[in-house]
Design a protein around this ligand. Sequence first.
Ligand code: ZN
Length: 149
Amino acid sequence: MIPAIFMRKKFFAMPNEQRKCLTCERIIHGRVDKKFCNDYCRSAFNNKKHLSDRGLIRRVNYLLLKNRYILEYFLKGSHPTATIMRKALSAKGFQFDFFTHTYHTADGKQYFCCYDHAYIELFNEELLITRIAARAESLFIPYNEFEQV
Ligand SMILES: [Zn+2]
């Protein structure tokens, strides 16, 4: 009897190992660079890949928009800025790993932006939330940095 470890495929691989279709795993005949046994398997594979790509994009878009609405919620109407504890954002489901871009001030501060809203770390887990002010020469500037630029 052959020990299980030697049953693993790589110990039995032939020099010209047979290629298998990436969709149905049947043996492929023909050109060396063929990856699928037929057009159906090729399009099934590509459709599945595109679907999962779209799923990821949709999920990231959802998280970014959700973050944006949470920031807006804490700005409460027309107030340009608000200070809030980091854990209050977390409690609303804010995902700190997801943001659309960053904004760096001349003095080295960094804002994390979700579309037209942004926040910056103050101290002791406190955050300042603000909106993004659009300017023609530099599109995304946090509202409270607006006058300084
Ligand atoms: Zn196939």
